[in-house]
Design a protein around this ligand. Structure first.
Ligand SMILES: *Cc1c(COP(=O)(O)O)cnc(C)c1O
Length: 380
């Protein structure tokens, strides 16, 4: 019965999870930290202790595995817990290739913390697959990491080509697909080995849970080491958050589709605006990654865009200061629209231009959002 169901059906019905005991159509929240042993000392039901595994977390994992078309998933306490677990599960010493333009917190970890843990990263312009090919060391590189569309310039990486390059070198390809979500893109179907999500963003979608996920194409040795890493670091998601995340996932498809349509309308509107230097959005034909994005994404280009304001950093900060409806805050993928002067949070060394405002489009009326940004940019 659950074979060949559409992803929106899987998400809407939480992968079919229900309460077997009462017939409740919402599955129960499993808060227990410990589980009964069988009298002969076995754990046949598959659970022993809450740091290793939890039934509510497993329900989310089941949905994620189906949405991404993977073999198995791990849900973790944050997107950063998921990403760092994928790296920490590599054999050491490890050489990895990562993009110049990527989620800044992970870039900072790769630059400042990973070398001491035996993980050496080479950073490249990942919109140029020739640069990825030049950076991999055949037989030595164990992981190529890409993010597409990538924060905060929404640069696009060709996943099929990146997978070929990684595999030719004997490496795995991991894709941070937080921004496209499984609604718009399935990296495993394009050849990737691992998909990572900050579930804090669109998957939960309501700005009230911090969580992360890894979906694996195979139940292989890298997956088994990731299980061990999550268990020993205690990086599993708590059951209460997992229950909220499972609820958020049920509306993922309608939210993302609305956010895509709204983001495209906002991008088109401000691309012609006299006080705007440029709009960065892969859905615009002028975006350098548009053709690849159109090929590897479906149904939209995401709810994230950036606007470069004429007049530089001060004009950008003044515009953000003038919004009334958009909220000045970091993060993305929630119901409420957010605006952020991104260079301020990324700090020195960021590839983010100082005149850039990052926009996360929520579920408000598109006209209201355009109107508020119009008055803010006009007043700036
Ligand atoms: C937010 C984010 C992360 C980190 O996730 P957390 O849940 O904040 O730990 C990683 N990648 C991308 C693209 C993100 O937006």
């Amino acid at each position: 019965m659950t074979k060949n169901l559409s992803p929106e059906t899987v998400a809407a019905q939480a992968g079919g999870a229900m309460d077997e005991e009462t017939g409740g159509i919402v599955p129960p929240l499993h808060v227990t930290t410990t589980f009964l042993r069988d009298p002969d000392n076995q754990y046949r039901r598959g659970y022993s202790y809450g740091r290793a595994d939890n039934a509510t977390v497993r329900q989310v994992e089941n949905v994620m595995t189906q949405l991404e078309g993977g073999a198995v998933s791990l849900v973790l306490a944050s997107g950063m817990a998921a990403a760092t677990t994928a790296f920490l599960a590599l054999g050491r010493p490890a050489h990895v290739v990562a993009p110049n333009v990527m989620y800044w917190g992970l870039r900072k970890w790769l630059l400042e913390d990973a070398p001491g843990l035996g993980i050496e990263a080479t950073f490249v312009d990942a919109s140029d697959t020739a640069a990825i090919r030049a950076a991999v060391r055949p037989g030595r590189t164990s992981l190529v990491w890409v993010e597409t569309p990538a924060n905060p310039l929404w640069t696009i990486t060709d996943i099929e080509e990146a997978a070929r390059i990684a595999h030719d070198a004997g490496a795995l390809l991991a894709v941070d697909a937080t921004v496209p979500t499984p609604v718009l893109m399935n990296p495993l179907a394009l050849g990737a080995d691992i998909v990572m999500h900050s579930a804090t963003k669109y998957l939960n979608g309501h700005s009230d849970v911090v969580a992360g996920a890894l979906v694996f194409a195979r139940k292989d040795a890298h997956f088994e080491r990731a299980v061990r890493t999550r268990g020993t670091l205690g990086a599993i998601l708590g059951p209460f958050e997992a229950a909220l995340l499972l609820r958020g996932l049920r509306t993922l498809h309608v939210r993302v589709r609305h956010q895509c349509a709204s983001a495209l309308a906002i991008a088109r509107h401000f691309a012609r605006h006299p006080r705007v230097e440029a709009v960065l959005y892969p859905g615009l034909e002028t975006h350098p990654g548009h053709a690849i994005a159109a090929r590897q994404m479906r149904g939209g280009f995401g709810g994230m865009l950036s606007v470069r304001v004429k007049g530089g950093e001060s004009a950008a900060i003044a515009t953000a200061a003038n919004v009334k409806l958009w909220k000045r805050a970091t993060s993305l993928g929630g119901i409420e629209s957010l605006v952020e002067h991104r260079a301020s949070i990324e700090g020195p060394g960021t590839p983010c231009p100082p005149d850039l405002l990052r926009l996360s489009v929520g579920l408000e009326s598109t006209d209201d959002l355009i109107g508020d940004l119009e008055q803010a940019i006009g007043a700036g």
